[in-house]
Design a protein around this ligand. Structure first.
Ligand code: MN
Length: 249
């Protein structure tokens, strides 16, 4: 069974290497990941330039593209067989609530899901110091379960692990996606030539405190597992939309 490991922090990140080592006993692990950091690349695909592929070590392939490029190329040509599972991470930092839509880590798992492969994204919550050990152990345990039981169609798992020792974690919970508190995170400065520039995301922004969310689980020291469905249609809106009475032509 081929297991594809990807991330958005780049192939040289400690998180992806810890993840690859942890899942190695579960299958034939291939690491196919960006050659440099691609955090917040979202689900973008490179269409306007060629992509270069370099095997930097046995079964470790770096690509000068996005996480989505990596999964796409790996599945459609680079790997010797179709993977039975895609696992993305371990991301250096949280992927909670609304941040999912920016995340390259989660997007790699989305690409796996779109290609019909059970996929999991794993992130370690933290800001400066990262001990990937406990998150890697949890990832291996979860991946073993997913390999055994599969996942519902069009659904990936977004996993966030709190930054604390394994014995200090308070369990693992199935959660719903939380809500970001968007604020004034734009930093405006002036460059040496007197021209203004901007930097997005200067401050740590909060999340709305709501029970059952990914953020709540992390606050309480538990691993958060959110099943994410790729059909983004909001079915309860159908009725309200019908009531608009749009008529065309
Ligand atoms: Mn990242």
């Amino acid at each position: 069974m081929v297991i594809l490991v990807c991330n958005d922090d780049g192939i040289r990140s400690d998180g992806i290497q810890a993840l690859a080592r942890a899942v190695a006993p579960l299958g034939e692990v291939y690491v196919v990941a960006p050659d440099r950091e691609q955090s917040a690349a979202g689900h973008s695909l490179t269409l306007h330039r060629p992509l270069r592929v370099e095997e930097i070590a046995p079964r470790q392939i770096a690509i000068d593209g996005t996480p989505t490029d990596c999964v796409n190329l790996a599945v459609s040509g680079i790997l010797p067989a179709r993977p039975g599972l895609v696992v993305s991470g371990i991301n250096k930092g949280a992927n909670l609530g609304d941040d999912l839509t920016y995340s390259g880590t989660v997007s790699a798992a989305m690409e796996g899901t779109l290609l019909g492969i059970p996929s999991v994204a794993i992130s370690l919550v933290g800001r400066t110091h990262f001990d990937f050990g406990p998150a890697a152990e949890f990832a291996a345990r979860l991946v073993a379960k997913v390999l055994e039981r599969g996942l519902p169609p069009d659904t990936l798992l977004n996993v966030n692990v709190p930054d604390r020792a394994r014995c200090e974690m308070t369990g693992c919970r199935i959660t719903r996606q939380g809500k970001r508190r968007f604020g004034e995170a734009l930093v405006e400065k002036t460059d040496p030539r007197g021209k203004k520039y901007y930097w997005i995301g200067g401050d740590e922004l909060g999340f709305v405190h709501a029970p059952g969310t990914d953020y709540a689980a992390i606050l309480e020291g538990a691993v958060s597992i959110t099943p994410i469905h790729l059909d983004l249609t909001h079915y309860p809106s159908f009725e309200a939309m019908e009531r608009l009475g749009l008529d065309w032509p």
